[in-house]
Design a protein around this ligand. Structure first.
Ligand code: MG
Length: 392
């Protein structure tokens, strides 16, 4: 089994479901990895995208990493199964790459890696979660294919009627079966952020069901005030309070703020994660690691990151990967991680579950469709098929 073609497109995405709100200029890369494996009369095609939050990576995909996969030909086949081996594909992409220099490169590799796993699982007719459970080097004893705890990501600032719209958004999450949610803080006056946190928590049944994400928004003086203000809220977690590479400030914050802190969304490799765990003061007994699988070179590197965290005294259930989409949901289930973000209406068409899927009491299983199950999400599979037809 080999890869015969790779198609790629940069796709704009918005933080908001409402098309009248300016989307913010974010985009992502979507890829189609075509193989020579025929199932039901059609070539198996894997789909992937650059998760959410770090922009598209079309240049690196087109010029560097896709050509390496195509050049590897049959070397990507696992001789034991006769199908594509994602670990061989990963090594082919990383030929001659030096340590360091993560960030954009790690996102480009993670994008293609997602599509390779999708193709490999489809070639065996298994959902990705089930494929992962049986895969050498991935299998995690004692875990299944769901259901797993999830939370709804959202709560971005609305340009007008913010509190009313935020409350309505949270009510929608609860009506969909979500029991926990996350909102944004750090970009408004502290008093306003406290009001929106209280309003969201009230709708979600209390502050213990609500996380806040400052998206690195605080400098030292502002963070000191915010830590004091939120100290007694009893929040589920407080996410990314300051610049992600300012480990001393993060350590100062975690030392003064008792409740759970979440970090690592801007971590792109095992080496990055080791530094975060060494220097940012995060506490294995309480804190949360958000590293995004597709932003961290994909699953092969993520498995090493989990191993590094466990060696440093962390439980893998501390990992709640950022992303909010189907690929992450499969990985959380199969690897026994803590839980997954879901983006019910942000970042479409990539965020969210398959059409009609229900969340029950804050829990959901990955879809039992071949591969990631993008085919179960009409708006998304329509996009991938359009890329397949129209992009070279
Ligand atoms: Mg975040």
């Amino acid at each position: 089994m080999k890869i015969t073609a790779i198609h790629e497109r940069t796709v704009p995405i918005s933080r908001y479901a409402d098309p009248d709100i300016p989307p913010g200029g974010l985009d992502t890369s979507a890829v189609c990895v075509v193989t020579d494996k025929i199932v039901d009369g059609e070539p198996v095609v894997g789909f992937g995208f650059s998760s959410i939050g770090r922009f598209g990576q079309g240049g690196l995909i087109r010029d560097r990493f896709a050509p390496r996969l195509l050049a590897a030909g049959g070397e990507l086949t696992d001789p034991a199964t006769g199908i594509l081996d994602p670990f061989r594909a990963w090594r082919a992409m990383m030929i001659a790459e030096k340590p360091g220099g993560h960030g954009e490169r790690s996102v480009a590799v993670g994008t293609l890696d997602m599509a390779v796993w999708d193709a490999a699982a489809k070639a065996q007719g298994l959902s990705l979660a089930r494929f992962l459970q049986d895969h050498p080097g991935v299998a995690t004893p004692g875990v299944g294919d769901g259901p797993v705890p999830v939370y709804a990501g959202g709560g971005y600032y609305f340009p007008d009627e913010d509190l009313d719209r935020l409350t309505a958004e949270m009510a929608g999450f609860a009506a969909d079966g979500h029991t926990r949610a996350k909102i944004k803080v750090g970009a408004a006056l502290l008093a306003e952020d406290m009001r929106r946190t209280e309003a969201a928590a009230e709708t979600m049944g209390g502050t213990a069901n609500l996380a806040v994400d400052a998206i690195y928004g605080y400098d030292r003086p502002a963070l000191t005030k915010a830590a004091r203000a939120f100290q007694d809220f009893g929040l589920w977690w407080f996410e990314d309070p300051c610049d992600p590479l300012d480990y001393p400030l993060m350590a100062e914050f975690t030392a003064s703020y008792g409740p759970p802190v979440a970090g690592g969304e801007a971590t792109f490799s095992m080496a990055d994660l080791k530094n975060l765990l060494r220097y940012a003061g995060l506490r294995p007994e309480t804190d949360i690691l958000l590293c995004d699988i597709a932003h961290c070179y994909g699953l092969p590197e993520y498995l090493r990151m989990i191993g590094a965290a466990e060696a440093a005294g962390w439980d893998r259930r501390a990992f709640w990967p950022h992303g909010g989409h189907l690929f992450t949901l499969h990985c959380v289930a199969a690897l026994g991680l803590g839980g997954a973000e879901i983006n019910p209406h942000n970042f479409q068409p990539f965020g969210g579950l398959i059409d009609g899927q229900r969340i029950e009491g804050g829990l959901v299983s990955p879809p039992d469709l071949p591969g990631v199950g993008f085919e179960g999400r009409a708006v998304l599979i329509d996009l991938f098929r359009d890329i397949l037809r129209n992009e070279g």
